[in-house]
Structure formats: C-alpha cells, structure tokens
Ligand binder design. Structure first.
Ligand code: M5T
Ligand code: MG
Length: 240
C-alpha cells in the first residue's frame, strides 16, 4: 500500500476545524524509511495532533505532509489506512475474541499471523493464561484486561497488518522497562518507520531522532546526545 514509509512534514501548521487556535505551528522534519522518531512534549503540546495528520484523520491547515515524497492528499485513503498502523492513546477493544480483536481490519489473517503479532507485542504469554486463550472473549461481558494488556493487544492489531509506518501514541506507558525493551527489539524485524510518543527518556534514547514539541512548535530535534547539548528543556526533562 505504501512503498517505503518515508515521512516528511513541510511547514505544517494545524488547527482543529472547529477552532481558530493553532495547535501545531510550522513543523518541518523528515524521517527515512525504517527509522524511529520519538516524540516528547508536555501534555497538550500537540503530540497526538501531529500523529493524526499522517493517516489523514485530519488534514493540515497549512504546509504539506508527504509519504514517500507524495502529498498524503494524493493517496487513496485506503492506502494510508492499510499502510499506516496507528495505535491510539486509549486502546479500544471490541466485544469479541482475542483473535478477532487482533485481526480486526485485516481480512484473511490466519491464526499463525495473529499469534506472531501477539508474540511480538509481548502479549502472547498473557493470552495463553486466559480461560480460552485466543478464543477468550474481551470487551463488554468478556474478561477484564489491564491497561497495559489492552495496549499490547492494540499493538498486536497494528503489527498483524505489517504496516510500513507504525505510530505508537504513548502505547507503552503501562509497560515495565524490560517488557518495553523486548517489544522494541521485536519491532526491528518489521523494519517499519516508527513514530513513538513517549514520556520515557529511556525509550527516546533508542530512537534515531527525537522531536521535542513545546506548545505546538519544535523546541528541539536531534539525537539524545545532540539534545543534551542544544536543548535546555530536554536537559530539564532528563533531570526530572
Ligand atoms: C493539543 C487540542 C487540545 C490541546 C491541543 C486530540 C485533540 C486535541 N485538541 C483538540 O482541540 N481536539 C482534539 O481532538 O489540541 O492536544 P494533543 O495533540 O492531544 O496534545 P498531546 O497529545 O501532546 O497531549 P497528551 O496529554 O496526550 O500528552 O489544546 O485541547
Ligand atoms: Mg496525546
């Protein structure tokens, strides 16, 4: 659906349709195929809003978002929805089995692929302990899962589609550091371009680039080492 998964923002500004308030201001950056971008910034700084512009959940107000050099407006919406795996900040489960929840949105997923995605998302072991394993019902009137378990199921849902671009919106916030490290390691073989919103410096340090958002603008861009040199705000976050 997408060729390589390169993403470029060119002078992007954005405000929500019903509002005049600019949420993102003049963002420019690019991420190459297979690279990981960590996005940091305080609450309300615009991280989730930035995410939404890539699969066109919203359109930019000004500027351009390019995927593989082409404006996202020029793609069939299908290609964006299928080529980009978005894991939302609040994991959503449907009433149905674990298998159905993972394969949702991917017609014809076979059990093998579902299990592999669950393994990579670090949820397989948990599923095996449920009363009916992959056939266990979740959602309304189903078993209760913890926040972190729901997050991992919704990551598995994105992975089963083998996206070219994977966008994790604070999706590992409930995971302990060891489980998160395993998950990030497992993601490598997907070789997808990965955007990861995180509050954890340990996660950001592993990324190829860090984008620090402050009130809708880029406060800093670079690697962990570069930001330690160039961004007092980043240093403050590291020390806090
Ligand atoms: C940035 C506003 C929000 C804030 C700004 C998602 C959303 C956000 N906003 C809307 O008006 N409508 C919406 O549908 O936009 O918000 P954000 O992008 O959600 O910020 P964040 O992701 O960095 O924050 P958080 O709390 O998830 O860390 O003024 O009111
Ligand atoms: Mg958010």
């Amino acid at each position: 659906f997408l060729e390589k998964g390169e993403v470029e923002f060119k002078n992007v500004s954005f405000s929500y349709p019903e509002s005049e308030v600019p949420v993102l201001q003049n963002l420019s950056f690019s991420v190459k195929s297979g690279e990981t971008l960590a996005i940091l910034g305080s609450t309300g700084s615009g991280k989730t809003s930035l995410f939404q512009l890539v699969p066109r959940l919203y359109d930019v107000s000004e500027g351009e978002v390019l995927v593989d050099g082409k404006n996202v407006r020029d793609y069939p919406i299908e290609a964006l929805r299928k080529g980009i795996g978005v894991v939302p900040q609040e994991a959503v489960l449907f009433t149905g089995s674990i298998s159905e929840n993972i394969s949702w949105g991917k017609e014809g997923a076979v059990q093998e692929e579902i299990v592999q995605a669950a393994k990579d998302a670090q949820i397989h072991e948990t599923v095996l302990k449920l009363p009916n394993q992959y056939d266990t019902r979740v959602g309304q009137r189903g078993v209760n899962l913890s926040g972190g378990q729901k997050q991992r199921l919704s990551i598995a849902r994105a992975l089963v589609r083998k996206p070219k671009i994977l966008m994790l919106d604070d999706s590992t916030s409930a995971l302990d550091l060891k489980t998160e490290a395993k998950l990030l390691e497992a993601l490598r073989k997907y070789a997808c371009t990965t955007f990861i919103i995180t509050q954890k410096i340990s996660t950001a340090m592993e990324a190829d680039h860090i984008l620090l958002l402050d009130d809708g603008s880029i406060e800093a861009w670079g690697t962990h080492e570069e930001l330690l040199e160039t961004s007092p705000l980043y240093v403050k976050i590291v020390q806090s």
